[in-house]
Design a protein around this ligand. Structure first.
Ligand SMILES: NC(=O)c1ccc[n+]([C@@H]2O[C@H](COP(=O)([O-])OP(=O)(O)OC[C@H]3O[C@@H](n4cnc5c(N)ncnc54)[C@H](OP(=O)(O)O)[C@@H]3O)[C@@H](O)[C@H]2O)c1
Length: 274
């Protein structure tokens, strides 16, 4: 099975990436070095993670040529509310010390702002400083709104997805629209690692429940960005391309869904200010 996908921008993106939410400045270099040594080529950060500077330094030192890496960052909500898309993007680039970004995402669909943000992001695309633009935490109705105002289809929708949170309808919608789904919190921050079904499947496939959970997403064509700062776990989380979950076990895993959100529920954003 391929370990990369082509986005609707014709850019190639690895299916596996390293998430760095809550990776402290003094952990970034160890984590990113371990990740590239284990074969990761995608790093997922965001201005909200407050670690773009240390992540940028670690990327510069990691020894892999820039063109072989795929770096993602995201615009945070306050910049959207201020209409400061350009400023936010260039501040991220300055902190990361990169000439270009592979993917820039709208972190959350801030009500009343996200369509305007999208139009500004489309202008950034024209500068060549970002190769693909996309969204995160968007539901079908948000994506339908984008369609009304822009011909540019998001390259990626990064959403919470793992066996305990399986938004099937949204995933199928994205796939039918040419939007690559990327799963954040693909380990549910540990919530399914001692689940009985996942443990049985782990034994059956001689992999850990974490690897089985990541593989489940990969087999659906969904990219995964597990976070770890532990070199052993980083390497283990990458070991997901050497086995295949049978259809009947994929179907069993699909039934584990309980809409468990480890982060915010996207449509609650109208009630919650963050
Ligand atoms: N767009 C968004 O709104 C959004 C929201 C949340 C996350 N994200 C992105 O998605 C990435 C991943 O999500 P996440 O960090 O929330 O959760 P996650 O990747 O599901 O889980 C990370 C947690 O699991 C632990 N862990 C990692 N590998 C493990 C393993 N093999 N066995 C046991 N424990 C393991 C990590 O601890 P150690 O570090 O100690 O290993 C950490 O506590 C983030 O880092 C971020 O890049 C995006």
């Amino acid at each position: 099975m391929r370990e990369t996908v082509f986005l609707n921008t014709d850019r190639e993106m690895p299916l596996l990436g390293l998430g760095v939410y809550k990776t402290a400045d003094n952990e970034a270099e160890t984590a990113i070095t371990a990740a590239v040594n284990a074969g990761y080529r995608l790093i997922d950060t965001a201005s909200a993670y407050k670690n773009e500077e240390s992540v940028g330094k670690a990327i510069a030192k990691c020894g892999v040529p820039r063109k072989e890496l795929f770096i993602t960052s995201k615009i945070w909500n306050n910049a959207q509310r201020l209409g400061d898309v350009d400023g936010a993007f260039y501040r991220s680039m300055e902190r990361l010390k990169l000439d270009y970004l592979d993917l820039y995402l709208i972190h959350w669909p801030v009500p009343g702002c996200y369509t305007g943000t999208w139009l500004e992001m489309a202008k950034l695309l024209e500068t060549g400083r970002v190769l693909s633009i996309g969204v995160s935490n968007f539901q079908i109705h948000h994506l339908e709104e984008l369609k009304k105002i822009s011909g540019i289809v998001p390259a990626v929708n990064q959403i919470e997805c793992h066996p305990l949170c399986y938004p099937k309808e949204l995933i199928e919608y994205c796939q039918s629209e040419g939007i690559q789904v990327q799963a954040y919190a693909p380990l549910a921050r540990g919530a399914y690692l001692d689940n009985d079904v996942m443990c049985v499947l782990g034994t059956k496939y001689a992999h850990t429940p974490a690897q089985v959970g990541l593989r489940w997403a990969i087999q659906k064509g969904i990219s995964v960005i597990p976070k770890s700062v532990n070199p052993d776990r980083i390497a283990s989380n990458a070991n997901i391309f050497d086995f295949n979950i049978e259809d009947e076990d994929m179907a069993i895993m699909d039934t584990l869904n309980e809409d468990l959100h480890t982060s915010h529920v996207p449509d609650d954003l109208k009630d919650v200010i963050f």
